[in-house]
Ligand binder design. Sequence first.
Ligand code: APR
Length: 248
Amino acid sequence: MRIVALTGAGMSAESGVPTFRDAGTGLWARFDPQALATPEAFAADPARVWGWYRWRAAGVAAAQPHAGHAGLARLARAHALRVVTQNVDDLHERAGSREVVHLHGALFTSRCSRCAQPAAPEPLLRPARAGDDGRVPPPDCARCGAPVRPGVVWFGEALPSAAWDAAVAAVREAELAIVVGTSGLVQPAASLPGLAAAAGAAVLEINPTPTPLTASATASWRCSAAEGVQRLAARLDAGERDPAALIS
Ligand code: APR
């Protein structure tokens, strides 16, 4: 079966990586995205933004993929399953998923903020002394000397065109789209389930709470990512091959 898994921050919640919009615990409940996740914020105070992404990177590095990540990686060995994620963490890859499409970039890639020269890997995890306010000056570009920035997509920036094209191709070919752990609020990623449905795919939402995507989904499972992926894998392992029956 041709499956596309469209994952958001809720996919990483059970690994202890905070989501963005969960009340109280979400990053945007604790930090100001305009001051930390925009090109203007980085230009105004590179050390504050770089220090915050180092904090996020340290949290991801200390986290472990859970059974939901492992389940998707295992399913990809028996089915044509593509992972398209809004997440910048590397938990899908560490669970064994290959060719993960990162719509919003990847935390462990960095590039020059001026000439876009890719920086050496892992600069976010290099030893550095954080100031008392968490500010850490970013490294300078080896080619032009401008500050290096995290390889993530900030608010107001375009998605990487290759990633977007790969995501659209994956949803258009899919017989089943599983939408795991996203609030469905951020475009253009939030339009992908609709593109899948328009191309004839059954759409399963796995999320403990309803979202704007719920109304148009073929089915919604009110459960966690780990529970939902394992339930789906068990049904596929039992031989169910009709997408609508599989997710009913
Ligand atoms: N399993 C599945 N879903 C969960 C779990 C869980 N254990 N815990 C929370 N969720 C759900 C929440 O109910 C919510 O619908 O995950 C969703 C997380 O939503 P957001 O925090 O908005 O994350 P996401 O949809 O990925 O955000 C999209 O916004 O700020 C930008 O670039 C950022 O990629 C991000 C984008």
